[in-house]
Write a protein that binds this ligand. Structure first.
Ligand code: ZN
Length: 41
């Protein structure tokens, strides 16, 4: 789970996630404001 960078709402599940060679990427879409953003970790 992460927070939307725009409205600060918790976003529970990523739309999709994949693992790069060096880090993982999770693509989220906020249901509140429909902002799409990626989180790398
Ligand atoms: Zn949002």
């Amino acid at each position: 789970m992460t927070k939307c960078p725009k409205c600060g709402k918790d976003v529970a599940e990523p739309d999709k996630s994949f693992v790069n060679k060096v880090f993982s990427v999770e693509a989220y879409t906020c249901k509140e404001c429909e902002t799409s953003f990626k989180v790398t970790g």
